[in-house]
Design a protein. Sequence first.
Length: 144
Amino acid sequence: MQTESPEEANALEQAANAFIELRPRLFGIAYRMLGSAAEAEDILQEVWVRWQNTDRATIENPSAFLALITTRLAINVAQSARARRESYIGPWLPEPIDTSIDPAVGAERGEDLELAFLLLLERLTPPSAPRTSCVRRSSTPIHR
């Protein structure tokens, strides 16, 4: 059995800390691309294995590197034969995520929705009826 030197143990601990710090962001990337929390977790496991096996001394920006690996793996999963064989009839909706464990996830989703809404309003020209409808619906509470 091979024992780790203190330098190797310290390097692995630093790698784990970097990954743990970036994990919510990486999960968000994978989840938004795939729409499945289970597939996003699978992607993060693969990213962790690749991060462990990477020569981290050559990586200048761990955040960018991990985001790139996450994105590429998510693209691979989305384009895989398994994903193409599955067919779903009806509107696609992402799996809901429990935000009670980590309120930051809920805040991030809220910020994403706000940004998406602003982008929608920007793309719709001011005098258009669809824009007026969007603005009215967002500013008027729904009574049921």
